[in-house]
Design a binder for this molecule. Structure first.
Ligand code: G3P
Length: 217
């Protein structure tokens, strides 16, 4: 499983990239607004620099195919790493289909059903992003969705990679991995939590104390 960081905050991207565990970044308009990234294209360019070679998802906001294509082409010239994030709609998939012919990668987002994921793969999406946490929030089962989508991608050998998104806590990361997702896109806070275990801290303190005691002899 590959791990992407789900953030538009350059400090978070810089720190997480130093940990050596992320191979891509996803953003969305809410994350961009939360980061105060007014110069969105400059932030996308910097994220590409911070995560060399990694897919960097930048979302469009237009609600018509022509508008999506215009935004997509403007974003794609920033860096070959840029992936165009497009919500799952008929006009969105029309743009996905066209962008695939232009060699521009896409990430179909706001996916909440296997049917939607099938359409995204049929249109030639590079990635598809089912939102686990938001389904859990309404009492649905986000993990069953991941399992179903991965199964369909495997059966038909679609090249579309599944990015488990809307990750809320470390156990979500473990569960989507067990469900077979290709990628999990993880918020910075959750990514930091993945490192933490009280027995690790306790063990390090014991090693330190024992080593220092030896030096003192
Ligand atoms: O990449 C999609 C993700 O950012 C959505 O997460 O927590 O807003 O459901 P959330």
């Amino acid at each position: 499983m590959k791990i992407f960081l789900d953030s538009a905050d350059l400090n978070e991207v810089r720190t997480a990239s130093e940990w050596g565990v992320i191979s891509g970044v996803t953003t969305n308009p809410t994350l961009v607004a939360r980061a105060g990234a007014k110069d969105f294209k400059a932030v996308v360019a910097e994220i590409c620099r911070l995560v060399p070679g990694g897919p960097i998802s930048a979302e469009v906001i237009s609600n018509d195919t022509a508008g999506i294509l215009k935004e997509a082409r403007e974003l794609a010239v920033i860096n070959p790493q840029v992936v165009i994030k497009i919500p799952i709609t008929p006009v969105g998939l029309a743009a996905v289909k066209q962008l695939a012919t232009e060699g521009i990668s896409t990430n179909v987002t706001l996916v909440f059903s296997t049917a939607q994921a099938i359409l995204a793969a049929a249109a030639g999406a590079t990635f598809v992003s089912p939102f686990v946490g938001r389904l859990d929030d309404i009492g649905a089962n986000g993990l069953d969705l991941i399992r179903e989508i991965v199964t369909v991608m495997d059966i038909y050998q679609y090249p579309t990679e599944v990015i488990a998104a809307s990750i809320r806590h470390p156990q979500h990361v473990v569960e989507v991995a067990l469900a077979g997702t290709h990628i999990a896109t993880v918020p910075y806070k959750v990514l930091r939590q993945l490192f933490e275990h009280p027995l690790t801290v306790q063990g390090m303190e014991r090693f330190q104390a024992d080593w220092e005691a030896l030096q003192g002899k």
